[in-house]
Structures are given as structure tokens and as C-alpha cells.
Design a protein around this ligand. Structure first.
Ligand code: PDD
Length: 287
């Protein structure tokens, strides 16, 4: 079965799915997106993804006409059609199509796009055992990266840099040396048993995997601090981690070529990996 897409009310093979050249998503990145994980054909943390999409639409004055029930129906139908047990669901909402003009006219009809693509979450097991490396780059993104906009050029270039240097991810640093987050992942360190991550603000995306991880940690009595941490602090940390929808949790064992702690995944990471695996199994039955 080829990869499937939904565009403007139609279900079709992704290769046959098109949007007009004057779509504002293409012209201005005037569009939002969501990425949700599918394990065993089941969506993980789906209500949280819907809530974030709706919040973002409201912030940008994009009047998404589909109800949550309609979005869920489309997503489930696409997943069923693609017959993929483990997959990534991608949603994009653009402001719509109009003659190119920065100012948007009232009454535009938002365009809803969804695609489903098979995804091998099992590849993460080896990375969880070994750990991954990250580099750091200056954060050159705009000032509202809490909005999940498709304007991802700085993220693209940062991740390209990381890959060129043989690293999994690039961590964005602020002018004051604070580590904010990764190009497409949330960032954490562990010091003396405490899990530390940047607080929610305009400078990071409120990750769904982050929200889940912090809840699981707190439930397991692992101390959590949501506060800025510097690159110096990260280099001196006992452990480091990253999370996202596509990499639910990975230990970070090297930053800018320096070993973190012993240079291999540590005990807090191991515990959190177990908790995340249990949560995925609880929601979807996937092991
Ligand atoms: N990226 N920070 C950034 C900048 C991100 O792009 C993402 C997600 C995250 C983690 O968010 P979540 O836990 O909700 O996946 C943090 C997605 C996966 C992407 O762009 O493909």
C-alpha cells in the first residue's frame, strides 16, 4: 500500500497529492503543523496534539473548520488505509490560497493536509542502548518558536549541520549560553538525580513528549526542575536526554564532542526509558 494523504476532502496516494502554488503555506510558511506517533495502529497522546494544533490556530487567527471529531476520523481513516502498524501522522494547516500578499484577506478557507508514513520506532532501541551525540548552534529562529509553524529554515540548517558532523541533533543556545531545545526535539540534563529542562516560554516548543516525560518522572518521584540551564552546566551534567514524537526518549552521551558523565547512558535515562515504554504500551499495546 503506498503512503496515503488527505488534502481538501480527498484521500489519495501521497505521490498524487498536490496543493496550489499560491497556497500561503508555500508562499509564506503561513501554516502550522503537528506530528503524531502511531504505534500498533493507535495514536499516542492524540488529544494533546489536537489541543496544541487548536491553540496554535487560535494564536494565528486561522479558523480551522474541522471539529476534533472530524480530525480524528480523517486521521484514523488515513491510518487504516495506509495499513501501517507503526507510522508517523503529519498534519499541516495552511491559512489557504490567495493571490500573493503578505496581508491576509478575511474569509480565506484554511487548507488541511494529512499524511501517514510508515516509521520504524524499533530503530530507537539501539540508539537508546548506545546514546546519541549532539552539537550546539546559536539559536537563529524567530521569537515565537512556541508556535508550531512550518517556518523551520533555521531548524533545517541546524540539523543539517549536526548530520554533517555525524551527530543526531543540534541544540540551540541563546546569546547568554542557555540551552533551549533541539532542532526537532526537547532537551534535558540530569544532575544529582534531578531532571532539568528549559521552562515553557516563547523560546521553546511545548513538546508533547516533554509533557509526558515530566508527568511520568514526577509520578515516579524523580525530581524535576523546569529552569534554564547553560551549556557549561550541560557539559558538567551526569546525564543528558532528548525527547520528541519521533524519538520518544534518547540518552545524549556527547555534546560538542565532550562525553557527558561516563559517556554512556546513565541510570536516570534507563529508568525514564522504561517509564516511557510502559506509557506507550498502556496507550497503544505496543512493546
Ligand atoms: N518536532 N522542539 C522542536 C523545535 C520540535 O520541532 C519538536 C517536534 C519538539 C518535540 O515536540 P513533540 O514532543 O511534541 O514531538 C521540540 C517534530 C517531531 C518534527 O518537526 O518532526
Amino acid at each position: 500500500m503506498p503512503q496515503r494523504a488527505y488534502v481538501d476532502g480527498q484521500y489519495l496516494p501521497t505521490a498524487d497529492a498536490h496543493v496550489p502554488v499560491e497556497d500561503r503555506g508555500l508562499q509564506f510558511a503561513d501554516s502550522l503543523y503537528e506530528v503524531a506517533a502511531v504505534f500498533n495502529g493507535q495514536l499516542l497522546d492524540w488529544p494533546d496534539h489536537l489541543a496544541r494544533l487548536r491553540r496554535n490556530c487560535a494564536v494565528l487567527f486561522i479558523p480551522l473548520p474541522q471539529s476534533d471529531a472530524a480530525l480524528t476520523l480523517i486521521a484514523k481513516r488515513l491510518i487504516a488505509q495506509s495499513r501501517a502498524a507503526d507510522a508517523i501522522l503529519y498534519i499541516q494547516v495552511t491559512r489557504g490560497t490567495a493571490r500573493r500578499d503578505h496581508v491576509f484577506a478575511p474569509g480565506l478557507r484554511p487548507r488541511l493536509i494529512m499524511t501517514v508514513r510508515r516509521f520504524d520506532f524499533r530503530q530507537r532501541a539501539a540508539q537508546q542502548k548506545r546514546g546519541v551525540s549532539v552539537i550546539t548552534v546559536p539559536d537563529q529562529r524567530w521569537g515565537r518558536v512556541d508556535i508550531k509553524s512550518t517556518g523551520l529554515l533555521a531548524n533545517v540548517m541546524a540539523k543539517q549541520d549536526a548530520r554533517a558532523q555525524g551527530s543526531f541533533e543540534a541544540w540551540f543556545t541563546a546569546p547568554d549560553g542557555t540551552v533551549r531545545e533541539g532542532g526537532s526535539t526537547s532537551a534535558y540534563i540530569v544532575k544529582n538525580g534531578t531532571l532539568i529542562t528549559h521552562p515553557l516560554s516563547a523560546h521553546i516548543l511545548p513538546g508533547i513528549a516533554r509533557q509526558t516525560l515530566l508527568r511520568l518522572a514526577r509520578e515516579a518521584q524523580i525530581p524535576v526542575e523546569e529552569r534554564p540551564f547553560s551549556l557549561g552546566e550541560a557539559l558538567g551534567a551526569d546525564e543528558a536526554l532528548l525527547t520528541s514524537t519521533t524519538a520518544p526518549i534518547l540518552p545524549v552521551t556527547r555534546i560538542d564532542g565532550h562525553d557527558i558523565g561516563e559517556g554512556r547512558p546513565g541510570p536516570v535515562a534507563a529508568r525514564l526509558i522504561g517509564l516511557v515504554a510502559d506509557e506507550i504500551a498502556r496507550q497503544t499495546g505496543w512493546r
